[in-house]
Design a protein around this ligand. Structure first.
Ligand code: MN
Length: 293
């Protein structure tokens, strides 16, 4: 292998979403985006019950897709398009916010046990970010055999194997299920990539990557060599490096503060832009952005 930048490891930050402890791995000061992937919460593993649920009430989004993926547990998604969809391990919930959508994520009354998963956001490009909201659920995703494991393609394509999920930019998300040994995953040299370990640990470029960290691979690789000595589950995300300057605040992804101020006013005024979610949970609201006071 030619001279190549080594895996850059950044640490996540502890946060909570509903009652669930999460490790926020993107955005961090050192790493704002990986391709169009602009947000990454590693949720749990943590127990939910009838008393303590994930239970994030209706809240708004603009300009992004939420990509929800579970390793353990069940979550009920409801949105202002009328979707009501359980998500289970190995299934993909993909919600496109466009100009505006609202959704809730619930576990109380739905599931009792451990929840372990990841929620990602993908920034939408100019061509679709002002467009209509949409929701997709996929429970049959393509699987690629690796030398010591397999890869499930959530979005985009890996080794020519394409997910049926909507993909507005050139990006990929996949779960690598690894057995002991080394596996090679073909990459696109012009794209940047990162890894997140869900369970176990892996070795890349001689660096050991464990849960709670983002392993940034950069660009210029046509192949990822990933090794493990124990069964491991790893998410691979990547895409064409973003050229747009994103402005992110609360649940909004935009290009200017004014867009965010306007979206948040619509949410607070409940003026119809985001629609209504048929959920037993209370709507979530927060103070306006600091620049709008
Ligand atoms: Mn959300």
């Amino acid at each position: 292998m030619s001279e190549q930048s080594h895996l850059q490891v950044t640490e996540g930050r502890a946060a909570t979403v509903g009652a669930l402890p999460v490790n926020r791995l993107v955005p961090r000061r050192a790493r704002r985006t990986v391709g169009p992937w602009c947000f990454l919460d590693h949720m749990g593993p943590a127990a939910v019950s009838e008393q303590v649920g994930l239970d994030v009430g209706p809240h708004p989004h603009i300009g992004l897709q939420t990509v929800t993926w579970l390793f353990t547990g069940t979550i009920l998604h409801r949105d202002s398009l009328g979707s009501e969809q359980l998500i289970r391990p190995g299934q993909l919930n993909l919600m496109t916010a466009g100009r505006g959508v609202a959704h809730s994520e619930e576990t109380r009354g739905v599931y009792d046990g451990d929840v372990h998963g990841i929620q990602f956001w993908v920034a939408q490009p100019e061509a679709t970010r002002h467009g209509e909201p949409a929701f997709e659920h996929h429970d049959d995703l393509p699987r690629l055999e690796l030398s010591n494991g397999n890869a499930t393609v959530l979005v985009g394509a890996l080794a020519g194997l394409a997910s049926p999920a909507r993909c507005d930019t050139d990006h990929v998300g996949a779960e690598l299920d690894l057995r002991p040994g080394e596996s090679l995953v073909p990459l696109h040299p012009e794209h940047e990539y990162a890894l997140v370990v869900a369970t176990g640990s892996v070795q890349v470029d001689g660096v050991i990557l464990t849960p709670g960290h983002l392993g940034y691979l950069g660009t210029g690789r046509d192949e990822l060599a990933v090794a493990t000595s124990e069964p491991a589950r790893v998410m691979l995300i990547g895409g064409e490096p973003l050229t747009d300057e994103l402005v992110m605040w609360w649940n909004y992804v935009a290009r200017t503060r004014d867009e965010i101020t306007a979206a948040h006013r619509s949410w607070t005024d409940d003026d119809g832009r985001f629609g209504a979610v048929d959920s037993p949970l209370a709507r979530v609201d927060v103070d306006p952005p600091p620049w709008a006071h």
